[in-house]
Design a protein around this ligand. Structure first.
Ligand SMILES: [Ca+2]
Length: 539
């Protein structure tokens, strides 16, 4: 019954778009589908195959579109269904597929279904959600505060393990599942081939005991979706799960084939050593030993979606490195080299292709993410933060930092929208110097052009090594540098990366350089010293 999955997936490169901040086509300050379509030639030029669109469904944007009101309607701020069809059609002409972001754990409390569910306990939609007469109010939501919210009309509490505007679905309801399958089929019939299943570790939760990650029913519910829908179509499902590990991946993907792959977050945790994660009062030292985790997946031959940054975390280049205008090229290209020379489906987060900088913040007014304000009081109390310390923590840890409008050029609104418009998200720091147009126009040290070359090597000449090696040998992996060898049919290709802004001693035996971020100064590359943030691929 299972349709054969695309064997070429391991050679594909993805690109994540946060639509509200990508490109505004009609000058209302909000990025939209027509804006994305306008930029298809730019993405084609870079060489990507899949665009992951963060949610574009009708939503109140209580959680950046992950609070869906109608799963079969495009939010008017992004355009119309015709705009979506046109984007998909024109993308396909260029060999680019769309990955839809599917929010399967919860819906907006403003959805028709939830509003109906609140009318009475007998309502046919009531069971679509998780209710309790007498819940443990101390159960905590992931966004802070109680996970239960009272609804007077039914004299019950509904569960929301994220924001209170996001009511958790009840996968025990057969009627709900039929409704959900219909939505999948709506998009599959349109020709959408790739899906990101949001928050999949939560769908099988139990409330007593309160186990919200990989609960008792998680495997079963995903298996049902696969059996009833996704296995019948030529589609590819990538699960989002912050707590996935190689054992879970092997069980869910390789053995049971209920999701095709997972996002791999091992590159996102290098400075998250305490429970406050990115919101730590004192920013943690980056620990590159954590790269061991990344290579564990490589050694186990598991094809995961990989990335350095997404819309939920600050940009990795600023979290992990101290950069300035001079070394930003080297730091960003070193990072991209790792993803493009190892197995997986690498995703570039919008702007990483030219080393885009984070949102410029001056005061609390510059933040958009409401979670910052909602969890403020509780977070400050629990962690003994002053207001100033909480603000500082957000300056390095807020999700908003990676959500600034794209820096297309150095015009007043960075080429994102008309100069007279106030964009929904603000601009990035230093957009006048760090932007797509200026980067591409450089003769030397263009991050875009280096990334393009790297993607081309990955998809063509060296694809058997970068995407499909027989084995990988780690030669050096420490907090300063990493050297590894990719072996295919007994032929070795080596990659060496310096993760610091200082020269590092090393021993190499370079016979032929295939690509290096120092290739404009080839004489600087030698067998004893790695230059600052050097990334060199060689035989
Ligand atoms: Ca617009």
């Amino acid at each position: 019954m299972n349709i054969k999955k695309d064997e070429n997936i391991k050679f594909k490169v993805g690109y994540q778009i946060f639509p509200i901040s990508f490109k505004d086509s009609n000058n209302d300050g909000i990025g939209d589908l027509k804006g994305i379509e306008e930029k298809l030639p730019y993405l084609k030029e870079l060489g990507i195959d899949i665009i992951w669109l963060c949610p574009i469904y009708k939503s109140n944007f209580a959680d950046a579109g992950y609070d869906v009101i109608n799963y079969c309607e495009i939010d008017p701020k992004f355009g119309t269904m015709d705009d979506f069809d046109s984007l998909m059609k024109n993308a396909k002409k260029l060999g680019i597929d769309i990955m839809m972001d599917f929010v399967i754990n919860h819906a907006s409390t403003d959805s028709f279904e939830f509003k109906q569910a609140c009318l009475s306990r007998d309502n046919e939609y009531h069971d679509f959600f998780v209710w309790s007469d007498n819940p443990k109010l101390e159960n905590e939501s992931i966004f802070g505060n109680s996970a239960w919210e009272y609804v007077e009309s039914v004299d019950q509490y509904y569960l929301h393990i994220f924001a209170k505007e996001q009511a958790d679905f009840n996968f025990h309801s057969e009627k709900f599942k039929k409704w959900l399958y219909k939505i999948f089929i709506f998009w599959l019939e349109k020709g959408v081939k790739f899906f990101r299943f949001d928050a999949i570790e939560h769908i099988g939760k139990t409330v007593d005991p309160y186990i919200i990650r990989y609960g008792k029913y998680n495997h079963q519910f995903l298996e049902e979706i696969a059996k009833n829908v996704t296995s019948k179509y030529d589609c590819y499902v990538v699960g989002e799960s912050w707590n996935v590990n190689p054992e879970i991946m092997r069980k869910y993907s390789i053995e049971d084939k209920i999701v095709d792959s997972f996002f791999n977050f091992s590159t996102l945790f290098f400075d998250w050593k305490n429970p406050n994660g990115a919101m730590a009062k004192v920013k943690n030292e980056v620990d590159w030993k954590d790269l061991q985790d990344y290579f564990k997946w490589q050694k186990e031959n598991l094809i995961t979606a990989t990335s350095w940054t997404n819309h939920d975390v600050p940009r990795a280049i600023d979290r992990y490195f101290k950069t300035d205008i001079n070394n930003r090229f080297y730091a960003q290209t070193a990072m991209t080299t790792l993803l493009m020379t190892t197995k997986g489906i690498p995703f570039i987060y919008q702007g990483e292709e030219f080393g885009m900088s984070p949102l410029a913040i001056n005061s609390y007014d510059d933040f958009v993410d409401q979670q910052i304000f909602r969890k403020k009081e509780e977070f400050m109390k629990n962690n003994n933060y002053t207001d100033q310390e909480y603000f500082q923590a957000n300056l390095t840890g807020s999700r908003d930092l990676s959500r600034s409008i794209m820096s297309w050029n150095d015009s007043k609104n960075a080429g994102f929208t008309n100069d007279n418009v106030k964009p929904y998200y603000k601009k990035s720091k230093d957009f006048e110097t760090i932007n797509a147009e200026s980067d591409i126009s450089k003769n030397k040290k263009s991050i875009f052009l280096y990334t393009k070359k790297l993607i081309d090597l990955r998809k063509n000449k060296y694809k058997d090594w970068f995407c499909d090696f027989d084995s990988i040998e780690i030669i050096i992996l420490d907090s300063k540098k990493t050297i590894y060898s990719l072996i295919k049919n007994n032929k070795n290709i080596y990659v060496s990366i310096n993760w610091t802004n200082e020269e590092q001693k090393c021993k190499r035996d370079i016979k032929n350089i295939l690509l290096s971020n120092y290739e404009d100064d080839k004489e600087k590359i030698n067998n004893e010293i790695l230059k600052p943030f050097e990334a060199t691929i060689y035989e």
